[in-house]
Design a protein around this ligand. Structure first.
Ligand code: MG
Length: 274
C-alpha cells in the first residue's frame, strides 16, 4: 500500500507546484556582505518591508573621490601623463625611455618613427581617461591620416584616427575595437581639436589549461558619446588575421606610433584601477 501512496503524494505535490506563482526568493536585508569587493544582499526569507529604514544601509562606507577638473585627474587616479614628463612610459620595443615630444601645452606628440610607447605599470580592469588630437595640416587618407591607438592590456587596440571627411573600413575607424567592433557613432571633434576617450575595460579570464573562460569587455565614451557599449573583445586586434587569445594577466597600456608620421598628440592620461 505504501508503495502506491508515496508516488501518488509526490504527483499531487508536483501538480500543485505547477500552478503556483513563482515566489520572490530574493529578499533584501539591511546588512550587506563584501566578497571580493562586490557588495551583495544576503538572501533570506523575510516579510515584505513596511518601513523605509528596512531597505537602507550605511556600511561599508563609500570612498570619497575628488572628481577630475580641467586637466587635473581625480584624487584616486594614477596619473600617467600630465605634461611634465614621460617617466611612466618606455618604448615598447626595447624598454628604452620614451622619446615622444613633450609640448609646452602639457601634451605630447608622437615623434616620427620612434615606435610605440607603453606604460611601465601594468593594469587589469581599469577606467582610463585620455585626450588626443589629430594633427594639422591634414596629410594623406584612410588609415594613414592621423592614425594612432590605445592598446588595452598592451594588445587590444581602440582605434584613434582622423576620420573627419575621411572614410575607411568601419571596423577600423575611430573608436572601433580594431577590426572587431565598429563604434556606435563617429563623435570626433574637428581635426586639430582635443578629443576625450573615457574607457571602462575588463580583462579576460583564462583557466589553468590556457583556455579563455571570459572575454574582455570594453565601454568607450568619445567626447561623452557612448560608442562602445560593453563590447566583447574577441582577442588581439591584428592588421592581418583573426583575433588571437594568448594567456595573460595584467599588462601595460600602449600608445601607437603608426609609423607614417601620424603626429597624434596626447594629454591628461590617467587611470583608475577597478
Ligand atoms: Mg591605430
Amino acid at each position: 500500500m505504501i508503495k502506491f501512496i508515496l508516488p501518488i503524494s509526490l504527483i499531487v505535490m508536483m501538480l500543485l507546484s505547477c500552478g503556483e506563482e513563482p515566489k520572490n526568493e530574493v529578499k533584501m536585508n539591511n546588512t550587506v556582505e563584501v566578497n571580493d569587493g562586490v557588495i551583495s544582499y544576503e538572501e533570506y526569507e523575510k516579510p515584505e518591508p513596511t518601513t523605509p529604514s528596512e531597505t537602507e544601509y550605511y556600511e561599508p562606507k563609500v570612498p570619497v573621490v575628488t572628481p577630475a577638473k580641467g586637466l587635473k585627474a581625480p584624487s584616486d587616479a594614477i596619473v600617467l601623463f600630465n605634461g611634465t614628463s614621460l617617466d611612466h612610459w618606455v618604448h615598447a620595443e626595447d624598454n628604452s625611455p620614451a622619446k615622444w615630444i613633450i609640448n609646452k601645452d602639457s601634451s605630447m606628440t608622437v615623434a616620427d618613427k620612434t615606435g610605440d610607447i607603453r606604460t611601465k605599470e601594468e593594469f587589469g580592469d581599469i577606467q582610463l581617461h585620455l585626450e588626443w588630437k589629430s594633427p594639422l595640416p591634414v596629410q594623406r587618407d584612410g588609415q594613414n591620416r592621423g592614425n594612432s591607438g590605445v592598446f588595452l592590456n598592451g594588445i587590444y587596440e581602440i582605434q584613434i584616427l582622423d576620420n573627419n571627411d575621411n572614410d575607411t573600413y568601419v571596423n577600423g575607424q575611430v573608436g572601433s575595437v580594431y577590426k572587431q567592433g565598429s563604434p556606435l557613432a563617429m563623435a570626433s571633434m574637428p581635426t586639430g581639436e582635443w578629443n576625450v576617450y573615457d574607457i571602462i575595460y575588463h580583462a579576460p579570464e583564462f583557466n589553468d589549461e590556457g583556455g579563455k573562460t571570459k572575454s574582455a569587455t570594453v565601454t568607450v565614451l568619445h567626447n561623452g558619446i557612448l560608442i562602445q557599449d560593453h563590447t566583447e573583445i574577441k582577442g588581439t586586434t591584428p592588421y592581418v588575421g583573426w583575433p588571437k587569445n594568448p594567456v595573460h594577466g595584467k599588462g601595460p597600456l600602449l600608445l601607437q606610433d603608426h609609423g607614417d608620421d601620424s603626429r597624434v598628440s596626447y594629454r591628461n592620461i590617467w587611470v583608475r584601477e577597478l
